[in-house]
Design a protein around this ligand. Structure first.
Ligand code: ECB
Length: 135
C-alpha cells in the first residue's frame, strides 16, 4: 500500500522559491507576482496513478503521472520547457527526476501527519514548501 496523497493541500510555507524561479530563468516581473502566491495542491491518487493540480490566483499547473513510468512533461506556464520526468517511490516519499536542460532538476514529496512536504531542486538550489491538508 503506497502512501495516500489524496486531498487538497494549502501552502503554509515556501522557502527559497525565488532561488528556484531564478534557476529556471523566470523573469523579474513574473517572479515578483509568483513569490507571494499561496499555492493549493489538489491531488487525486489511485495507487501509483496521480492527477495533480497546483493552483493559485495567478497561474495553475497540472501534471499527471504514474509512478515508475517516465513521461514527457511540458512545464506550461512555469518555464515552458520540455523535460523527461520519472517519479518513483523511496519508501513513502515520491521522488521525481526531471531530465532536461537544467541539471539536477526534480522534487521530493512526502506526508507527515496533516502536512505535505515538497522539496523542489534545480542545480544547487532547493525550495522547501509545506502544505496543510484541508479538513
Ligand atoms: C502553479 C502555481 C505557481 C505559479 C507560479 C508562476 C510562475 C513561476 C514559474 C515557475 C516557478 C517554479 C516552480 C513552480 C512551483 C510549483 C509548481 C508545481 C511544482 C510541481 O511539479 O509539483 C509537483 C509535486 O507536487 C506536482 O505533482
Amino acid at each position: 500500500m503506497p502512501a495516500d496523497f489524496n486531498g487538497q493541500w494549502v501552502m503554509v510555507t515556501n522557502e527559497n522559491f525565488e532561488d528556484i524561479m531564478n534557476a529556471i530563468d523566470i523573469d523579474f516581473a513574473t517572479r515578483k507576482i509568483a513569490r507571494h502566491l499561496t499555492q493549493t495542491k489538489v491531488i487525486v491518487q489511485n495507487g501509483d496513478k496521480f492527477e495533480t493540480k497546483t493552483l493559485s490566483t495567478f497561474r495553475n499547473y497540472e501534471v499527471n503521472f504514474t509512478v515508475g513510468e517516465e513521461f514527457e512533461e511540458v512545464t506550461k506556464g512555469l518555464d515552458n520547457r520540455t523535460i523527461q520526468t520519472l517519479v518513483t517511490w523511496d519508501g513513502d516519499k515520491l521522488v521525481a527526476v526531471q531530465k532536461g536542460e537544467k541539471a539536477n532538476r526534480g522534487w521530493m514529496q512526502w506526508i507527515e501527519g496533516d502536512l505535505l512536504h515538497l522539496e523542489i531542486h534545480v542545480e544547487d538550489k532547493i525550495c522547501k514548501q509545506v502544505f496543510k491538508k484541508k479538513p
